[in-house]
Design a protein around this ligand. Structure first.
Ligand code: 8Y7
Length: 296
């Protein structure tokens, strides 16, 4: 068994990522808590529209150990409709301003729109989380100008149609090629590698098998040497295996988080922060004792 632990031994990049003055330690897996402020998100849609309610929920997640809170104003669920720039700004900015001034942890903004990136940074956001990986016109330039770290996520197709017939020759290689190309586009636009986080984009233009092939091959993506974020919380890849609706996917989601963290994923995007943080503490305790395996 020489190769089994290989992916856990590679360098995972900087031990700290600076999110606009609020650093996150990446010496072990950390949780990004999900805060949806859209009226139509599939798992908690419509519950956190008001800034005060959003703050209350964000504080709960921070108390439970979230290292980062992800705020999104445009639902990216399969089949979701478009939101105008103004509508997204109106939703996101009041929440960002409040959370960024009140919370001890950084707040990332889940957006693909360059105008929202610019305004979110001005409101104090600490990271840009773009499921389009800065492919929108003007997004590379806008993101570069913020100076913030950026999560580049893989998606095949676009949210409205991505689950119709996703196809890959070999999903892990294709996701890696895409992410490598987006890292190159970022560095060419003046975004240095130490500001980049990569995400294979579970559920975004992937069948159930593609999602598990990606989880199985996650070590190869981690070996690209850039911190990796994953989001599997409450997704269909959990629900289909369990034949369970969204409100009964907690244990499956935590199991998936543990498996990804054991491969070396450093940021885990999750709705159920407390249970995920506790499970990851066990992964971290184990990883601290990992001994490199060498051939005789
Ligand atoms: C992800 C995400 C969503 C993910 C990153 C959901 C915004 C769907 N999923 N961002 N966003 N990675 N980086 O189930 O997997 O929360 S939305």
């Amino acid at each position: 068994m020489v190769t089994a632990t290989r992916s856990r031994l590679v360098s995972h990049g900087p031990a700290v990522i600076d999110c606009g003055g609020k650093p996150i330690r990446l010496d072990g897996p950390q949780v990004m808590g999900v805060l949806n402020i859209t009226p139509d998100s599939f798992s908690d849609g419509g519950r956190f529209l008001h800034p005060e309610q959003a703050l209350e929920q964000a504080r709960r997640m921070v108390d439970e150990g979230a290292a980062l809170i992800d705020v999104g104003g445009e639902s990216t669920r399969p089949g979701a409709g478009e939101v105008s720039v103004q509508a997204e700004l109106d939703r996101v900015l009041p929440v960002l301003e409040l959370l960024c001034s009140e919370l001890p942890v950084p707040v990332s903004v889940d957006t693909s729109k360059p105008e929202v990136m610019t305004e979110a940074a001005r409101a104090g956001a600490g990271m840009i989380n773009d499921v389009m990986a800065l492919r929108r016109d003007g997004a590379l330039q806008a993101a570069a100008a913020t100076g913030l770290p950026i999560c580049l996520m893989h998606m095949q197709g676009e949210p409205r149609t991505m689950q119709q017939a996703p196809e890959y020759r070999e999903v892990v290689s294709e996701v890696m090629a895409f992410l490598g190309e987006r890292v190159a586009a970022c560095t060419a636009a003046g975004i240095s590698r130490d500001r980049i986080v990569l995400d294979p984009g579970f559920g975004f233009g992937k069948t159930l098998r593609h999602n598990y092939q990606l989880l199985s091959g996650l070590g190869r993506i981690i070996a690209m040497g850039v911190p990796v974020l994953v989001g599997m919380s409450r997704k269909t890849m959990i629900g289909k295996v369990l034949d369970a609706p969204v409100d009964r996917r907690l244990h499956g989601s935590v199991a998936a988080a543990v498996l990804a963290a054991r491969e070396g994923a450093l940021l885990i995007r999750a709705h159920d922060v407390g249970p995920t943080v506790e499970a990851l503490a066990i992964v971290h305790a184990l990883a601290k004792e990992d001994i490199p395996v060498r051939p005789d």
